[in-house]
Write a protein that binds this ligand. Structure first.
Ligand code: UDX
Ligand code: UDX
Length: 472
């Protein structure tokens, strides 16, 4: 089938490349000439496993890049809208790009088309897109609008698209549902997975994935509810980690004990410095706003966001309790991206923490395997970019681990100890075992677990407040 994807960002480009790999003829439309030129030169603008292979496999044949929305719409049966939906000042989703694309599509409809929302949009957007297209001249029965939310995690987006836990199709007519079923048939009937050149299968793959057909509104809500629930799970375990710190328990043990309950599950129970990225923070604010507009005061989401913000403040206090004064201290920092496996620094907790520490007068030397260039643009000159973890640690008063890159979990601890001015590590992602770190001569702080140190003397536990009405 001929399909168009509007927007060649983190979602649109991956969706276009994967739809081509399913056998469709895809044109990816973007209004950013520089981006189009780079894509047509064969460049890969984002750090995604298997994306280079797919672009190389299909560019110029099944996958084309263009700035001509009208031609793309005329040639396609389905048009996926994957343009940005950034937050406004008030935290609502800015749908102005979606609206401008809807207007552009309306003028080009010359036969039945399915317009598919791929971007994360608030519930009711489907109704608005339909209204905009009608207002701009399209015949009411000349098109349908569907919602097909994506559940792509950055760094594994290609695998997440081709091996999804589920495919959600929000369609309000059978005709529209039929088009989308045909588009996803190679996944839903399992035939894609029999191909010798299929992208490698991840461990927990659902093969074939269930294809769930809902109303458009339900599909829009599924996306917001999914992200809100996942963010809530992270804030929940971060709050439990803080309680563990207060009483001297070990959150890793608590996670094992609760995560083995199949109703809870072990995944997304990693305490740390809080969630970031271009989705969770934005989608929670948007969900909160659209719930309020629909008459429901979803205050639980405020608490999820508050805990997330507080997690970073707690980490700063942990650094201060480890070093006493911060002004002038030299800190080695591992990680700039919002999570391991990506070069994206949008809403990165690591970047936000570095900016706070700079305000406290710290000198920062940071290393990240992929996010250097993007971070260099975002951070002012006050930070040194190291070429390796060991260079970042060189002569530092302490080493901070802020992003869960796999390579940060297997460092040469002996070499690290030699590089550091003082053997102090403050791990915001719990990548190491405290006893192992003490055995290697480090004073080691982490999240939700007792601090450890090589000397027998007790290490100050940063967050143990004086017990109320304790008997003196
Ligand atoms: C976007 C949304 O931000 C996210 O909420 C949703 O889940 C998926 O789509 P992302 O792909 O990261 O995420 O957006 P972005 O990286 O901003 O890319 C959007 C692309 O659309 C850009 O390349 C931009 O040039 C292009 N665009 C934007 C258009 O082609 N036309 C427009 O009118 C607006
Ligand atoms: C998320 C959703 O997972 C995905 O389904 C949706 O389509 C887009 O948003 P993404 O933001 O790319 O994906 O990354 P994700 O792996 O979800 O991590 C989000 C943030 O939470 C990162 O900052 C990560 O470090 C943090 N995180 C994740 C935790 O702190 N603990 C965890 O257990 C998992």
């Amino acid at each position: 089938m001929q399909v168009a994807v509007v927007g060649s960002g983190y979602v649109g480009l991956v969706a276009g490349a994967c739809l081509a790999d399913l056998g469709h003829d895809v044109v990816v439309v973007d209004n950013d000439q520089a981006k189009l030129a780079a894509l047509n030169r064969g460049e890969v603008p984002i750090h995604e496993n298997f994306l280079p292979e797919l672009l190389h496999r299909h560019r110029g044949t099944r996958l084309k890049f263009s700035d001509d929305l009208e031609s793309a719409v005329r040639a396609s049966s389905a048009i996926f809208v994957a343009v940005g939906t950034p937050p406004t000042e008030q935290g609502e989703a800015d749908l102005s790009y979606v609206e401008s694309v809807a207007r552009g599509i309306a003028g080009a409809i010359d036969g039945y088309k399915v317009v598919v929302e791929k971007s994360t949009v608030p519930v009711y957007t489907c109704d608005w897109v339909r209204r905009i297209i009608q207002r701009n001249g399209a015949e009411t029965d000349g098109f349908d609008v569907a919602s097909n939310p994506e559940f792509l995690r950055e760094g594994t987006a290609v695998t997440d698209f081709l091996y999804p836990d589920r495919i959600v199709i929000g369609a309000d007519t059978d005709r529209c549902a039929r088009v989308l079923r045909e588009i996803y048939a190679p996944l839903a009937d399992g035939s894609y997975y029999d191909r010798p050149d299929a992208i490698p299968r991840p461990d927990r793959a659902m093969i074939p994935p269930p294809l769930i057909v809902t109303s458009a509104k339900s599909a829009e809500l599924i996306k917001h509810a999914s992200n809100a629930f996942l963010a809530m799970k992270i804030s929940f375990i971060n709050a439990v980690a803080s309680i563990c710190e207060s009483v001297g328990a070990n959150v890793q043990q608590v996670c094992q004990g609760i995560g083995t309950d199949s109703r809870i599950g072990q995944r997304f129970l990693n305490p740390g410095i809080g969630y970031g990225g271009s989705c969770f923070p934005k989608d929670l604010m948007a969900f909160r706003a659209v719930a309020r507009e629909c008459g429901y005061d979803f205050r639980l989401l405020d608490e999820v966001m508050r805990i997330n913000e507080d997690q970073r403040q707690r980490f700063i206090r942990k650094v201060r309790s480890a070093l006493w004064t911060l002004r002038g201290k030299k800190l080695g920092v591992l990680g700039l991206a919002f999570k391991g496996g990506t070069d994206d620094i949008r809403e990165s907790p690591a970047i936000l923490l570095i900016q706070s520490l700079q305000q406290e007068g710290c000198q920062i030397s940071a290393y990240d395997p992929a996010a250097h260039d993007r971070a260099r643009e975002a951070l002012n000159s006050g930070i040194t970019f190291a070429e390796s973890a060991y260079e970042a640690a060189h002569d530092a008063d302490a080493l901070l681990i802020l992003t869960e890159w796999e390579e940060f979990a297997v460092l040469d601890l002996k070499r690290l100890r030699e590089e550091l001015k003082y053997p102090i590590i403050i791990d915001g992602r719990n990548l190491y075992d405290p006893d192992v770190m003490a055995a290697h001569g480090f004073t080691y702080y982490s999240v939700g677990r007792p601090a450890s140190s090589p000397e027998p003397q007790p290490v100050p536990t940063p967050e143990r407040p004086a017990r109320k009405n304790a008997k003196l």
